[in-house]
Write a protein that binds this ligand. Structure first.
Ligand SMILES: *[C@@H]1O[C@H](CO)[C@@H](O)[C@H](O)[C@H]1NC(C)=O
Ligand SMILES: *[C@@H]1O[C@H](CO)[C@@H](O)[C@H](O)[C@H]1NC(C)=O
Ligand SMILES: *[C@@H]1O[C@H](CO)[C@@H](O)[C@H](O)[C@H]1NC(C)=O
Ligand SMILES: *[C@@H]1O[C@H](CO)[C@@H](O)[C@H](O)[C@H]1NC(C)=O
Ligand SMILES: *[C@@H]1O[C@H](CO)[C@@H](O)[C@H](O)[C@H]1NC(C)=O
Length: 504
């Protein structure tokens, strides 16, 4: 079941969703008779160009905000009682391309000082997975209630990353979560998605003037290792254009990637070390027989990928190479019944986590959709099959080497935090270790002379860390793919130190 699909799909073994469900989704996207499909792009009434988010007081309808410099976009925003009663919460849509595409976001003010704290954007991976997964089962201000102890479906999360940052969760690209397109338009590559992200960020910062110039961190996990380097690079390059034209820039202050897929050449090597080496457990858990088979097929896998995906990207050859690697190197793992995202656990529940279904049930409740202001007729799905399939069809993961973007960002001094839970098999920490050692940038030699050292939370070793210039790599021992889900206190400590620009 894990063969030939994208390697690092967060919670997304696309094949698990039945074709019936897919056909149904397509039908609902194309349903142009639905009231939200047309006419949502009513130009904002007022003519201001900036305003304070605090002036948005409507809980019921959206306030539509236009910006004179972006005639094809508008923000619709409302206040919400969702999730965190201790801060101001807003939800809304950014309507792009004259209202044809609508990107849904949740915004939570910082629990510390919203007027001075940094701003963070969080996205989940997939491609196709909703950021509400990150919100409700990882780092958000509230967590899905798995014990049925709360009357509102969620519980307050003391380890939320909005402890010290204003944070928004964005469902992107269109088609993901509650984001939608009126006429079935799709985004099929990361580079295309980057334009909408940049539009979103620009309009957000221009419209809500109190955030202008505020430090911005772009964070995410899993396929975020493909998304974020490209998004951040696009933001950086557009800043250069903005400076030349005398416009405001986005204060891109760091990129944060958890268990990301970055250099595709290292994934299979890393998985071998997780299964057959001591990269995760003290004793390998895979059979010797399987390990010998993996080791003997690895060189052919590596060579085929290098030739067809990396040296020269050739779609048919690259697809064949990846299929070979999935089958011969990674195929045997499926027999282990272990969770691909956390080898210390069995795979239980939809996409290996029990939370997935509960989150879906919660977000499909009419009262919750009302609270959020959801305007797509589509039911929620944690990972959208159509989006995932479209990206996979374009071989988006292999088409552009993500590590080149990272090197470009580091070379220009943009801080990058790469962190990894050590029990993840899918986008394993060992692959990150390998590609970071190989990364071609001017800090490579210094990075490689440094040793890992322990980093400590509450007197206990949380993992290991090393830095060179703007680059930091941290591991979180005993966490899987979703670090804040598995090690909430450690994850929050890590992000707090990073935001404070402090040493780990
Ligand atoms: C825009 O706002 C300004 C000041 O608030 C006002 O003087 C002006 O008449 C407004 N223009 C339009 C077209 O509403
Ligand atoms: C949760 O609790 C409510 C009442 O407090 C009950 O009606 C409901 O059946 C419970 N749900 C589950 C899944 O236990
Ligand atoms: C939901 O209920 C829990 C306790 O059951 C509470 O801690 C939390 O603040 C509530 N959330 C909202 C948004 O009211
Ligand atoms: C960007 O944010 C950093 C950190 O808060 C701050 O020191 C810097 O002045 C900001 N830059 C701009 C151009 O506002
Ligand atoms: C959403 O799910 C509910 C319950 O499963 C179903 O009755 C409804 O028809 C679905 N609606 C759409 C638009 O998919």
């Amino acid at each position: 079941m894990f063969t030939s699909l994208a390697i690092c799909i967060l919670l997304a073994v696309a094949g698990l969703v039945s074709s019936q469900q897919v056909a149904f989704d397509v039908a609902s996207i194309r349903d142009s008779t639905h009231p939200v499909s047309v006419g949502t792009f009513s130009r904002a009434q007022s003519n201001f160009s900036t305003r304070s988010l605090a002036s948005v007081t409507s809980h019921n309808g959206y306030l539509a905000l236009a910006h004179p410099r972006f005639p094809s976009h508008q923000v619709r925003v409302k206040k919400s009682e969702f999730c965190d009663p201790t801060v101001n919460v807003y939800t809304g849509y950014l309507d792009v391309d004259y209202g044809a595409k609508h990107l849904f976001f949740y915004f939570f003010e910082s629990r510390r000082d919203p007027d001075t704290d940094d701003v963070m954007m969080w996205i989940n991976g997939g491609p196709g997975c909703s950021s509400s997964m990150g919100l409700l089962m990882e780092l958000g201000p509230c967590s899905i209630d798995m014990q049925n102890v709360s009357s509102n479906g969620t519980t307050w999360n003391p380890y939320s990353w909005n402890a010290e940052a204003n944070i928004f969760f964005l469902d992107q690209p269109v088609g993901v979560g509650f984001s939608y397109a009126d006429y079935g338009e799709t985004i099929e590559t990361t580079e295309d998605a980057a334009r909408n992200i940049h539009a979103f960020l620009t309009i957000f910062f221009e419209t809500f003037s109190q955030f202008k110039g505020r430090a911005l961190h772009l964070a995410g996990e899993s396929y975020g290792g493909r998304y974020l380097p490209a998004f951040a690079s696009y933001v950086y390059d557009q800043n250069t254009v903005a400076v030349a034209e005398g416009r405001e820039t986005l204060n891109l202050s760091s990129v944060i990637i958890g268990n990301g897929i970055v250099d595709i050449m290292m994934v299979y090597l890393g998985r071998y070390e997780i299964e057959c080496g001591t990269a995760a457990f003290d004793i390998p858990f895979q059979s010797i027989n399987a390990c010998v088979r993996m080791k003997t097929t690895l060189p052919r896998c590596q060579q085929a990928m290098q030739q067809n995906c990396v040296d020269i990207f050739e779609e048919i050859g690259c697809k064949a190479a990846v299929d070979f690697c999935q089958d011969q190197v990674s195929g045997v793992f499926a027999n282990s019944d272990r969770n691909v995202y956390d080898i210390s656990k069995p795979c239980v529940g939809t996409l290996c986590y029990r939370e997935t279904e509960v989150i879906k049930d919660y977000l499909d409740q009419p009262s919750v959709r009302d609270l959020l202001g959801v305007e797509t007729p589509k039911n929620f799905s944690s990972c959208d099959n159509d989006v995932g399939r479209a990206f996979n069809k374009r071989l988006d993961k292999y088409a552009v080497p993500s590590q080149f973007y990272i090197a470009g960002l580091l070379e220009r001094g943009v801080p990058v935090l790469i962190y990894s839970g050590t029990y993840d098999w899918q986008c394993n920490w060992y692959a990150s270790k390998l590609w970071l050692e190989k990364l071609e940038w001017s800090g490579n030699a210094v990075y490689n002379t440094h040793d890992f050292r322990d980093w400590i939370v509450d007197g206990h070793k949380a993992g290991e860390v090393k830095s060179a210039g703007p680059l930091t790599f941290a591991t979180i021992r005993g966490a899987g793919h979703m670090v804040p889900h598995d090690k909430p206190a450690e994850a929050q400590a890590m992000i707090s130190r990073w935001l404070a620009r402090a040493d780990f």
